[in-house]
Design a protein around this ligand. Structure first.
Ligand code: HEC
Ligand code: HEC
Ligand code: HEC
Ligand code: HEC
Ligand code: HEC
Ligand code: HEC
Ligand code: HEC
Ligand code: HEC
Ligand code: HEC
Ligand code: HEC
Ligand code: HEC
Length: 405
């Protein structure tokens, strides 16, 4: 008979007995007997080491929590414990957080057995959980981007877990908000990171009505910081439509995007917005492109009237509204922002000409008919001219040949 297993078991129960005696001082000493060893591994090869010093500095360690507060299915009195244990519990103390999390895309995916979605430990850590206000915490304002980016900025994982949106963390990183977050100084605290727009334990997919990034809620979410723009937007035509429940109206992200937001003074962005307006107002962009303003912006220069330069950005209104920047009352003043010397007649120039519309664009209509007739005339005249010329050359050549024989 091999005495080794028996000896081992005896030694173990002796050690556990000693540790249990010691555990009056440190209730976790029993567990740390095996888990303090930095090289300790489980059967699957995964490390089972627990860094006692780090745990002691964590929010739970500071309060001298027992290992079994979280690993509730293990008991210091019943060792050795089974190889496979239940996931640690948080709900016994953080009921609300667990409840909120359960309904989110992360919580639902986890419940469906998809282990790539964020768990409590993915965002907070396990034995090293710190309060969010601690600068070293994973959930501290400045570090959160990195925490979310460990998945939403990880191309391989995005593909594997089929995460919607792609590498949004990379996009955010280079946006005006992301750049502000990396700016050392007092303004850093003002920059929105992922959870300012998405929430934390109440993250929802954009398709869910309760989501902070659902279309109808976006102005409120952005407006929590951009109050001035939100107030103006709400009073304009687009904002009013949205309040009436019309989701055909544009929201902040249609013009600014969600994760690649840039300074609005950037010419490239100003030119891109023209295309956004045009996506919904196709008649007006095509007429705009016929004008000097529209041709110049089409060539890539933004130093000229864009849609927003005439209509405003957040307070667009029908031309019949006296408050509109292009109303009969305000139109000249709007032109004069750039055409400082414009006389009263200047504003009667049509910024949205329709050459095919006789009533609206009479001069253009007749000019364009004249040009078409002229064009056709030129073709007919010179076409005929060429044919006759060819006939004459042919005859002359034939005559020369006959004369030569
Ligand atoms: C006699 C040594 C020993 C003691 C004492 C011990 N463990 Fe373990 N523990 C192990 C080993 C070995 C594993 C790896 C099991 C495996 O995966 O093969 C493990 C794994 C674990 C795991 C991971 C389980 C999983 O499913 O991956 C947890 C959690 C754990 N122990 C908690 C505790 C707690 C809490 C205590 C104290 C009450 C404790 N252990 C005491 C040896 C011990
Ligand atoms: C605040 C709750 C909490 C406390 C207290 C706690 N753990 Fe854990 N433990 C966790 C979490 C969370 C995980 C990670 C589970 C996962 O990744 O799925 C974990 C994982 C483990 C593992 C598996 C290996 C690993 O690191 O992933 C071991 C072993 C373990 N804990 C042992 C201990 C021991 C020993 C103590 C006491 C010193 C302890 N735990 C205290 C929450 C806790
Ligand atoms: C997607 C990342 C993420 C996940 C997943 C997550 N949290 Fe949080 N949690 C945060 C962030 C960020 C904060 C800080 C919020 C703040 O400062 O306003 C936070 C705050 C907390 C707080 C302190 C404030 C409060 O709401 O009471 C607790 C406790 C907490 N989380 C527990 C949990 C538990 C338990 C789970 C798992 C059920 C979990 N968290 C899952 C990101 C996450
Ligand atoms: C036995 C009760 C208990 C358990 C179990 C527990 N916690 Fe805690 N946790 C606390 C207490 C108490 C605090 C300190 C709260 C405070 O001081 O505001 C805390 C603090 C936290 C904080 C810091 C909150 C902040 O202020 O930013 C986070 C995050 C957290 N716990 C997450 C977890 C997670 C994740 C789990 C599960 C793996 C867990 N806790 C398990 C009791 C518990
Ligand atoms: C451990 C990896 C991981 C971390 C960390 C993580 N996520 Fe996720 N996230 C996922 C996965 C995987 C999904 C897809 C879940 C599914 O299958 O529906 C997802 C889904 C989402 C969705 C829903 C997308 C949709 O429209 O369905 C949002 C929003 C989101 N995460 C935001 C965040 C934010 C914000 C953070 C940081 C506070 C974060 N995530 C941290 C892995 C992660
Ligand atoms: C300024 C607000 C804001 C910030 C900051 C922000 N998001 Fe978003 N996010 C949104 C909005 C709004 C949407 C809705 C989709 C859209 O309009 O493009 C969205 C959509 C998403 C989606 C779903 C994409 C899809 O197509 O379904 C994920 C995942 C996501 N965000 C993760 C993140 C992560 C991770 C971060 C931080 C690195 C982050 N977001 C930062 C506003 C923001
Ligand atoms: C947590 C606060 C916060 C939230 C939420 C937020 N922003 Fe910002 N945003 C800022 C700050 C701070 C700046 C930097 C302003 C500066 O540099 O002066 C900024 C800058 C901008 C700029 C550039 C302004 C310029 O000067 O040209 C735009 C556009 C913008 N945000 C749009 C949005 C949109 C759209 C949303 C919602 C999807 C949003 N923001 C959500 C705080 C926020
Ligand atoms: C229809 C397109 C459009 C929509 C919708 C829109 N914006 Fe703008 N936004 C613009 C344009 C164009 C500018 C540039 C204005 C300028 O140069 O005078 C701008 C400028 C800004 C600025 C820079 C400061 C300023 O006022 O010039 C911020 C911040 C901003 N928008 C936030 C928002 C927020 C928040 C929302 C939603 C409530 C929103 N925008 C909706 C087109 C839009
Ligand atoms: C997501 C689509 C969308 C975008 C983007 C958009 N609009 Fe609109 N806008 C509408 C809708 C829908 C109306 C309601 C009137 C209609 O049906 O034509 C409207 C109304 C207007 C009106 C009032 C005209 C009227 O017929 O009463 C003006 C002016 C206007 N938009 C200008 C702009 C400008 C300038 C931009 C870009 C800076 C822009 N819009 C971007 C959808 C959009
Ligand atoms: C040079 C100034 C100017 C520019 C640039 C301009 N518009 Fe206009 N827009 C006007 C004026 C003036 C009117 C009113 C015309 C009228 O009375 O029929 C108008 C009318 C409109 C209307 C209809 C308003 C109503 O009440 O019926 C829409 C929609 C519109 N513009 C969208 C756009 C879009 C989209 C762009 C850019 C592609 C654009 N505009 C560029 C000056 C401008
Ligand atoms: C954001 C500035 C801006 C606004 C607003 C603007 N324009 Fe212009 N426009 C220009 C620039 C720059 C040119 C290029 C030629 C020049 O400098 O006069 C131009 C050219 C023109 C031209 C053709 C060239 C010429 O001088 O004959 C006409 C016509 C014109 N604008 C009419 C208008 C009318 C009418 C309005 C008001 C409804 C208006 N513009 C509003 C900047 C603007």
């Amino acid at each position: 008979m091999n005495p080794a297993p028996l000896l081992k078991a005896l030694a173990l129960s002796l050690a556990i007995g000693l540790a249990t005696a010691a555990s009056a001082a440190d209730p976790n000493a029993t567990c740390m007997m095996c888990h303090a060893d930095a090289s300790a591994k489980g059967a699957s090869g995964k490390s089972i080491a627990v860094d006692a010093a780090r745990f002691a500095k964590s929010v739970h360690g500071e309060m001298q929590f027992k290992c079994t507060d979280c690993h509730a299915d293990v008991s210091a009195d019943k060792l050795p414990h089974p190889e496979k244990l239940q996931p640690p519990v948080c709900a016994s103390c953080h009921e609300q957080a667990v409840k909120d999390y359960t309904g989110t895309p992360h919580g639902k995916a986890r419940a469906d057995g998809k282990t790539l979605a964020a768990s409590c430990a993915n965002c907070h850590g396990a034995h090293d959980i710190l309060r969010s206000k601690d600068p070293a915490s994973r959930t501290n304002h400045v570090n959160l981007e990195q925490t979310c980016a460990s998945c939403h900025g990880n191309e391989a994982l995005i593909r594997k877990a089929n995460i919607p949106g792609g590498n949004v963390a990379g996009q955010y990183h280079d946006s005006i908000h992301g750049r502000l977050l990396h700016e050392k100084g007092p303004r850093q605290a003002m920059a929105p990171e992922c959870t300012d727009c998405h929430g934390t334990h109440n993250i929802r997919a954009k398709s869910e009505k309760a989501s902070r990034v659902a279309r109808a809620n976006i102005p409120t979410t952005c407006g929590s910081c951009h109050q001035r723009e939100k107030i103006v937007f709400d009073k304009g035509m687009h904002g009013k439509m949205l309040q009436a429940g019309n989701v055909a109206a544009p929201v902040c992200t249609d013009c600014h995007t969600a994760h690649t937001i840039q300074e609005t003074t950037r010419p490239q962005w100003q030119l891109a917005v023209i295309g956004q307006c045009g996506n919904c107002h196709d008649d007006f962009i095509s007429s705009y492109r016929l004008t000097y303003h529209g041709k110049v912006t089409n060539l890539g220069f933004a130093n000229i009237a864009t849609c927003a330069a005439c209509h405003g950005a957040h307070d667009v209104r029908p031309a019949s509204d006296p408050l509109s920047k292009v109303s009969a009352e305000n139109r000249l003043a709007t032109c004069r922002n750039c055409h400082a010397n414009a006389g009263p007649k200047f504003a009667s120039w049509d910024p949205h000409p329709q050459p095919a519309n006789k009533e609206r664009s009479a001069i253009l209509y007749y000019t364009s008919i004249f040009m078409q007739v002229l064009l056709a005339g030129v073709f007919i005249f010179f076409g005929l001219h060429t044919v006759l010329w060819a006939y004459r050359s042919l005859r002359a050549a034939l005559a020369r040949r006959r004369g030569g024989q």
